[in-house]
Design a protein around this ligand. Structure first.
Ligand code: CTP
Ligand code: MG
Length: 239
């Protein structure tokens, strides 16, 4: 950590229902290799020396919403999320302590991405701060097809210059709050923080990250994530 840098706070949206994962509980609470998905993610983040604390955003009916969560001695506040991911992130930003200045950069990281690498978080912080904010992302590698309503190919899309947006995403507290509030006022559902910032005429920097940083979305992701987590617990290199 640079001498002048205090740690960053991280908002962790974990208030979703996990409909596509379709388990008997919200996916952030499913067990993988002995711990919940949320625990894996929070521990991975908390072990990063440049992350100072957390606001974990939980559903109103989540038993953890009224529990105290401590992670490796770092503060972890909990707040109640909303119907859309953007509502949850906004609730998380509002729940940041007053010690986090309006101009301070904050990270937003999906609870469902437990495999994010520490080196990628460092790259986001180091390259994203001078750029005014940015996000981890990976270039599209497959050939892209545009489909018609019946599932037939209309055309092949160029894949050059197309990226898959991931998290963490990092922006200044007040600017991100204002951008999310503006999207909500205009009735636009933004699927990530960068989209809200783009609407507010910012140009977020894409910082390339490892493909390991996958989001647990469907049951097919489970075994891949389990494999990465077990691999990383055997070797510190994965972090
Ligand atoms: N999330 C949230 N509040 C919501 C919706 C999503 O905090 N209203 C969180 C999820 O808990 C997850 C992250 O945002 O950690 C990414 O969202 P996604 O993968 O879409 O999770 P879910 O919305 O839970 O899944 P699904 O869309 O399949 O229902
Ligand atoms: Mg969702």
């Amino acid at each position: 950590m640079a001498a002048s840098e205090t740690g960053l706070w991280c908002v962790v949206p974990a208030a979703g229902r996990g409909r596509r994962f379709d388990a008997d509980r919200p996916k952030q609470h499913i067990g993988i290799a002995g711990k919940s998905l949320l625990t894996w993610t929070l521990e991975r983040l908390a072990a990063h020396p440049r992350i100072a604390g957390f606001v974990v955003v939980l559903a109103a009916d989540d038993p953890l919403a009224h529990a105290r969560i401590g992670i490796f001695g770092k503060p972890a506040l909990t707040v109640i999320g909303g119907a859309e991911r953007a509502d949850s992130v906004l609730a998380g930003l509002r729940g940041l302590p007053d010690t986090v200045a309006d101009a301070a950069f904050v990270l937003v990281h999906d609870a469902a991405r437990p495999c994010v690498r520490h080196a990628d978080i460092d790259a986001l912080i180091d390259r994203g701060m001078p750029a005014g904010g940015g996000l981890l992302a990976a270039p599209v590698r497959d050939t892209l097809k545009r489909a018609d309503a019946n599932g037939f190919v209309l055309e092949t899309e160029p894949r050059e210059a197309r990226w898959r947006a991931m998290t963490p995403q990092m922006f200044r507290r007040a600017e991100l709050t204002a951008a999310l509030e503006s999207a909500r006022r205009d009735g636009v559902i933004v699927s990530d923080e960068a989209m809200a910032m783009e609407r507010a005429a910012f140009k977020p920097l894409l910082v390339e990250c490892s493909d390991d940083n996958i989001k647990v979305t469907t049951p097919a992701d489970y075994f891949l994530v389990e494999y990465f987590l077990l691999r990383d617990s055997k070797s510190k290199d994965g972090k």
